[in-house]
Every structure is written in C-alpha cells, then in structure tokens.
Design a binder for this molecule. Structure first.
Ligand code: ADP
Length: 422
C-alpha cells in the first residue's frame, strides 16, 4: 500500500483538493486526507482506521445511512483521481491511483465493519433500554393494580361499615323511640283539648313521627344494601293509588298554596307490583315536588302506557327550583343533596326543606327491585326562575325483581298457578 509519491502529491495538494460539501463533514475530510497520507507514507493503517471507525460510530449515533458515509469516501477518491489524471503522466499516475484504490478499499472495509458493529451495539442498547422501560411500566402497572384493589377492598369495607352502622343505629334508636311514642300517646289521652300541655304533646308527637320515618328510611336502605328486601306482589291500580296520595298530601299542598293535577292515570292498565312500596315511591316523589317548588307552584302526575308495551311510565313534574344536570344522577345516591346545603331548611314539606338525602335512594332501590327504572330530568337548578323538574318512573306490567329480592305473590294469577303446581 506504500506509495511515497502519492503521499507527497497529496501533501502538496490537500489545500487545493477542496473542502467537504458541508461544514459538518469538513473535519472528517481533513482527517481522511491525513489518514490516507499516513498509509501511503508508512503503510501504517492505524490512523486511517481510527478516522473511519470514529466516522462510522458517529454516523450510527446520528442515524446516518452507511451509503451516505461511503458516498463521501467515493467523492474524495474521485476528486483525487481526477486531479492526478489531469496532472501526472499516465504511467506514474497509474501506480499512484492503484495505491490510492487499495487504500480506499481498506478504508471501505473498515468503515462497513465499524458501522455494522456500532449498529449492532446501538440496537442492543436500544432493546435493553426498551426492556428496561417495559419492565418499569409493568412494575408501575402492577403497583397501581395492587393499590386499586387495596383501595377497592377498603371502599368495600367502609361501605359495609356504613351499612352496618345505619342498620345498627336505626335498630337501636327504634326501640327507645317506640317507648317515647307510647308515653306520648298516653299523655295525649290525658291532656284536655286546647290546653297548653296538649299543644306540647302534639309537638313531641310530630317530632317522634319524623324521627320514626327517618329511621324507617334507614332500615329500608340497609335492607336493600344487605339484599334483604322483600316484595309482596299483587294487582295495583295506579290511578287509585295516586288519588290517595293526593288526598294525603292535601294539608301540605294547602300550606304551600300549591295545586296538583293527575293526567292520563285512569287509562293505565293494572300492574302486578308491591302496592305499599309503590305508594312509598310516589308519596316520596310528590312530597319532594312539594318541597322543592315555591309557594303557589303546580305539580302534575301523569301516566302513559304505549300500546303493546310491557311497561308503563308515570311522570311527576313540578314547577320548582329544578336540578343541575351534573346532579341528576347523583341525587339518587344515599345521603346526597343537590345544591348548596346552606340553602336548605329542614322539614318534610317546607320550601327546600331537605331531609337526610335518603328519599330518592329508596325510590331508586324500590323501583329497581320491581325491575323498573327512574330518572330525573330538568333544564337546571335556578331558585329565581324555577325551571321545574320531572321524575320519570318506568315499571314493568309485571314486576321482574332482580336476583336477591325475595318475592311473595298475593291475590294474583301467579299465586293461583303456584298453588296449583305440585
Ligand atoms: P332529601 O330531600 O332528604 O334531601 P332526597 O333523596 O329526597 O333527599 O333528594 C335528594 C336531593 O335531590 C334533594 O336534597 C334535592 O336537592 C334534590 N331533589 C329531589 N327532588 C327534587 C325536586 N322535585 N326538585 C328539585 N330538586 C329535587
């Protein structure tokens, strides 16, 4: 490979052979000339090798193609060839060019080998990094999954503690309350009409009844949560039931100067359901409509049964404060009260007289136990303009309780069938 003449010529012409086409390659070009001169001069390829090897390593690092690198070699070689061909007599030029080509052959081989090795190493490093990231992600996912399942267990434990607490507290309070109710009844009988004492006893009586109804709600809810709900199914005439509820609500309606109308209920078919539980559902919805509608408002209870459908729908609408869209599902959760609780007063029929937030949770539980659905619709909450709310209760013609709800049939075809069956 040694060619003193080539080395001499290159030393003389390095400046005039021209720089690399772009700035980033000019250092490589200069080093390449030096490397070639070194080989031509001494036959020692170490310097050239290290130049092309580091160029290959750099090309891999910046993701430059191997062909790009080899094209650069080719361009340098071509430039030297052309100039030697122009300046030197053919015979010595031939020897110089042969030496030059063997140097470039060597440089190309070393470049390809270095590029391949570096690519392999880079690939190995990349895949090691990928596996590390993958393992890290996997570990993170496992950690989150563990945390989520721990949180879920904790939630279930808290939920159970809450249900147990409601059930125990309601049971424990019920006994002394029944006792108080008994004494209030005795006092009632002893007091004379119109006396101061009679008024006081009536006040206590109302308080006791209110507490009783809250405790009953708590007991109903815990029965639902514990899967101990029981439905007694029989033919139900909804029109009659709503008429009764309207009569029962008369005092509250009068106090709040509100009017109520029933519409289309007479056309509803008889349904097979738990009459006591449905009475509770619609009483709650009407009583909520009274509570969340200002004095002078109007309430409508309407019914519809699409022809050939297997269900009926009853709507309870009011001209009250309405419900914000984000609350329309949440109000069916137990203990949830929509709107600012400071706006609420307490009481069963007073305007905005919120209770403990159990009423709609029970409504939903009872309707669901019948295999039905309930939802609230309202343009939004607005105490000034009162856009109103509508509660839609959809019930199957024959109750279809989900698993976990015990059922007893009375006075119906089903009962006769089951009595007749062996
Ligand atoms: P409570 O009345 O004891 O607070 P409910 O479960 O009956 O509990 O109702 C939950 C919440 O839903 C109420 O606090 C009230 O904000 C909202 N709500 C219920 N019925 C109506 C209605 N007809 N109009 C407007 N808001 C209502």
């Amino acid at each position: 490979m040694q060619s003193k003449r080539l080395a001499q010529w290159l030393q003389d012409h390095t400046e005039t052979l021209g720089a690399a086409p772009n700035k980033q390659d000019s250092a490589f070009h200069t080093a390449l000339y030096e490397g070639i001169i070194d080989v031509a001069l001494s036959g020692d390829t170490r310097m050239l090798d290290s130049v092309v090897e580091s160029a290959a390593a750099h090309a891999v690092a910046v993701e430059r193609e191997l062909t790009d690198l080899l094209d650069m070699h080719q361009a340098v070689r071509q430039r030297i060839w052309d100039r030697i061909g122009e300046e030197i007599d053919p015979e010595p030029a031939f020897i110089m060019l042969a030496a030059l080509d063997s140097i470039f052959n060597h440089a190309t081989q070393v470049t390809v080998a270095a590029y391949t090795t570096n690519s392999r190493l880079a690939l190995a490093a990349k895949s090691a990094e990928l596996s590390r990231l993958y393992a890290e992600a996997e570990q993170k996912v496992m950690r989150y999954a563990t945390e989520v399942s721990r949180a879920n267990r904790e939630l279930a434990r808290l939920e159970k503690a809450k249900t147990d607490f409601i059930s125990i507290a309601a049971h424990e309070l019920k006994t002394p309350l029944t006792l108080i109710q008994g004494y209030v009844n005795i006092l009632h009988d002893l007091e004379e009409d119109g006396s101061q004492g009679k008024n006081l006893t009536e006040g206590i009586d109302r308080g006791v009844q209110r507490m009783n109804s809250i405790l009953d709600d708590m007991l109903d809810l815990s029965a639902m949560d514990l899967g101990k709900l029981r439905l007694v199914l029989q033919p139900v005439n909804l029109a009659k039931m709503i008429r009764l509820i309207i009569v029962q609500s008369e005092a509250s309606l009068q106090e709040r100067q509100q009017t109520i109308a029933a519409d289309g209920l007479e056309e509803l078919p008889e349904i097979q359901a738990d009459i006591t539980r449905l009475h509770q559902v619609f009483r709650q919805l009407v009583s909520n409509a009274i509570k969340y509608t200002p004095n002078g408002g109007h309430i409508t209870v309407s019914g519809s049964a699409p022809p050939n459908a297997d269900h009926i729908t009853v709507l309870v609408s009011d001209t009250g404060v309405g419900i914000a869209p984000e609350d329309q599902e949440k109000i069916f959760e137990k203990f949830y009260r929509a709107s600012d609780s400071s706006l609420h007063s307490t009481g069963k029929t007073k305007f905005m007289g919120a209770g403990p937030g159990l009423g709609l949770a029970i409504v939903k539980g009872l309707v669901t136990a019948h295999g039905g659905r309930v939802l609230a619709e309202s343009p939004g909450f607005d105490m000034q303009n009162c856009p109103g709310s509508t509660f839609a209760v959809q019930l199957p013609l024959t109750a279809a309780p989900p698993p976990g709800v015990a059922v007893q049939w009375i006075g119906s075809k089903k009962l006769m069938e089951s009595q007749n069956s062996p």
